[in-house]
Design a protein around this ligand. Sequence first.
Ligand SMILES: Cc1cc2nc3c(=O)[nH]c(=O)nc-3n(C[C@H](O)[C@H](O)[C@H](O)COP(=O)(O)OP(=O)(O)OC[C@H]3O[C@@H](n4cnc5c(N)ncnc54)[C@H](O)[C@@H]3O)c2cc1C
Length: 379
Amino acid sequence: MSSTKKLSVAIIGAGMGGLATAAALRRAGIDADVFEQAPRFARLGAGIQIGCNAMKVVRGLGLEERLRAEAFYPRSWNNRDFDTGAVRFDMIFGASAEERYGAPYLLGHRGDLHSALASAVPSEAIHLGHELTRLESRPDDSVVLTFANGKVAGADAVVAADGVHSLVRDILFGTDQPSFTGRIAHRTVFPAALLEGQAIDDCTKWWGPDRHIVIYYVKPDRSEIYFVTSQPEPGFSVESWSELGNVAELQAAFADFHPQVRHVLAACPAVHKWALFDRDPLPRWYDRNVTLLGDACHPMTPYMAQGAAMAIEDAAVLSRCLAGVQRAGVADAFRRFEATRKPRTSRVQLGSRTNTWLKNPTDPDWVYGYDAWTAPLAA
Ligand SMILES: Cc1cc2nc3c(=O)[nH]c(=O)nc-3n(C[C@H](O)[C@H](O)[C@H](O)COP(=O)(O)OP(=O)(O)OC[C@H]3O[C@@H](n4cnc5c(N)ncnc54)[C@H](O)[C@@H]3O)c2cc1C
């Protein structure tokens, strides 16, 4: 019987959500093993906006000072017209937002956030080279996991943070049918020295009629610059962090944008591309002692820059739901997790779809004001 045993938790995927969950569970006194398919961690060339809501979770994991030292602290998130540069809405962050929302808004390198989260998990608890291939729930509610390398593991509770192509989601609920938006995102991080001294904005989204580009610094000393686009490209449908794009095609696609944008694209040495898919909120996230978390259950287009933030919030809420729970209570804890989180993540998923976030004066309190450590849990 498991009634007096320590709860054993297996997390599938050591991305943003999986690592944040392992760290948050440790904070709640629960040890978890994380199983990641990749043989090693790679530093992906991408930036990430770490909203005040995510930063509150990060603070609880003891990582705030590290990220403040590594990321850029913007005074605002500016929104400008693509050609004239007219300001549509300058969303002020900096000290006033920090005071209002209780945490800073940071712009970082995705690799820095990932490394920070990994540092909060003991390395012996992270099992690289473990691609989950099979998952089986036993009559006693324990779960058996089988990996492509031949290893087998058992757990009282499984958290599947295995991302947008979640195998566990397919096993539990069948394969989903995402709808391709007909659009792609180009993105890259490169040394700001390549701008050869020309000044650019700290952080601006340039809004065109059918495309946009977001450009911001990801280092406190403005030494690295990131951009991400959204533009039509109906013939490409690969969702991958490693697919390469064509810089000349990208420059041509933004040839009528503001000189600042053209200067950044002219300086850019290489670029990746990612097809943008849209998915509806899932009817259910858990089955018995297995739950989905992060992109596995609420994948979204990146237009509110909240995908990782939602996964990180999930981690804090899940740790609160699982605190003090034994194997027999896991399914109910997962039910409570889903009931607490789904209204919020669905709202963000559906809001992201419209690509209107901060385009015009917007009240963002409901997004950045949320605190996953104290938000009421569902009954
Ligand atoms: C262009 C773009 C820009 C974005 N910008 C932002 C932003 O500014 N701010 C923000 O908050 N979010 C942003 N996002 C969203 C964010 O990247 C995701 O929401 C976030 O990475 C989700 O975290 P996750 O842990 O759920 O999934 P992931 O980070 O994708 O991690 C999933 C992990 O599971 C592993 N895995 C998968 N299958 C298996 C298996 N079978 N066995 C073992 N391991 C497995 C994968 O290798 C991976 O490590 C952006 C996304 C895109 C595409």
